[in-house]
Design a protein around this ligand. Structure first.
Ligand SMILES: Nc1nc2c(ncn2[C@@H]2O[C@H](COP(=O)(O)OP(=O)(O)OP(=O)(O)O)[C@@H](O)[C@H]2O)c(=O)[nH]1
Ligand SMILES: [Mg+2]
Length: 314
């Protein structure tokens, strides 16, 4: 078997086991509806709706998935609830479709802004991303633009050492935009491939946070116009619907190019990945599945849904 194929098999197995609680939360409920109902009626759809909403797929995505399922059932003259299983899987995949997810920043000179509220896993994710890029022999610079919290710079420094990336930091309380300015200068001077910017999740208030992000973006626009830009919002999957709400809010103020969903290991709320892609149309680019440098994986909706429903890789 080719190395790549082996790797994707391993990845699939790990995903299947990592999604155990989410599967218990969603798929067990769905399967008991499929086996418990003898025919397809309003009650059947209502119970499905409840399971999907409880499984954190969100009201909007759930509605769209069920409308699509109902249309398919009608069109194909399906009578048996058990015949709906594959149709439901297909509907979820279709609602999650956001086209092919691009990872262009990995292959060109780029700046990646990593944003998100406090504690979601921004700094850890940057460390993991730096590790991935270094494994591809890229030159990586990290900007410690979270100057709000004393320990933030130290934490990123540890990750920089682990991943063997350069770090540009500032004093606690210094202007995060000036750290970004210095980091851009360093990235250019050192011919870095990727500059990853860690930002604060907590400022005095939300308006400050958003203003600060805009200021940093303006500096990168001005000082580094040739760089490819990526803005990734980090969301903590264990927070379920709150994560969806955060994505909406960041989407209003920033040009988000992707989402990283952390703490997917062991959460029952993995269904939030469906809500994010279906409702916001923003690709989930990576998922965090643990605390070590290897625990970041590229996300693919079809593989995710297959792993959730434990259908084999086609
Ligand atoms: N289990 C698990 N833990 C994670 C994952 N990603 C991050 N964490 C943990 O979440 C905690 C917070 O992570 P940080 O990277 O410090 O989060 P942050 O967004 O930078 O936080 P602030 O800088 O305070 O805004 C740490 O204990 C991480 O180890 C993940 O994918 N799985
Ligand atoms: Mg941090």
């Amino acid at each position: 078997m080719a190395e790549e194929q082996k790797e994707s098999m391993g990845f699939f197995k790990r995903l299947v086991s990592g999604l155990g609680k989410t599967r218990d939360n969603i798929v067990s409920g769905i399967d008991s509806i499929f086996s418990g109902f003898s025919h397809i009626d309003d009650d059947f759809y209502e119970e499905l709706e409840e399971v999907l909403i409880m499984g954190d797929l969100g009201v909007t995505a759930t509605y769209d998935i069920l409308e699509d399922l109902k249309a398919k059932v009608k069109e194909q003259h399906i009578k048996e609830p058990s015949q709906c299983r594959q149709l439901l899987i297909d509907s979820i995949k279709e609602q999650m479709d956001v086209g092919e997810t691009a990872y262009e920043f990995e292959d060109q000179t780029s700046v990646v802004m990593v944003i998100g509220v406090n504690g979601v896993g921004k700094t850890t994710t940057i460390g993991k991303l730096a590790g991935k890029l270094r494994a591809q022999n890229k030159k990586v610079v990290l900007a410690a633009a979270d100057t709000f919290r004393a320990a933030a710079g130290e934490q990123l420094k540890e990750w920089a050492n682990r991943a063997q990336a350069d770090l540009i930091g500032g004093q606690e309380g210094s202007d995060p935009a000036s750290v970004v300015y210095d980091a851009v200068a360093a990235a250019k001077a050192r011919h870095a491939d990727v500059l990853l910017c860690d930002t604060a999740g907590r400022l005095h208030n939300k308006k400050n946070l958003m203003e600060e992000l805009k200021k940093m973006n303006r500096i990168i626009d001005r000082e580094y116009p040739e760089a490819f830009r990526e803005t990734l919002v980090v969301l903590d999957a264990t927070t379920g619907q709150n994560a969806l709400q955060q994505a909406r809010e960041f989407n209003e103020v920033a040009d988000i190019t992707g989402i990283i969903l952390t703490k997917m290991d062991g959460t029952a709320k993995g269904g939030i990945a469906v809500a994010i892609q279906a409702e916001l149309g923003i690709p989930v680019k990576y998922i965090g599945v643990g605390e070590t440098i290897e625990d970041l994986q590229k996300f693919d909706a079809d593989t995710f849904v297959n792993a959730l429903f434990q259908t084999s890789i086609e």
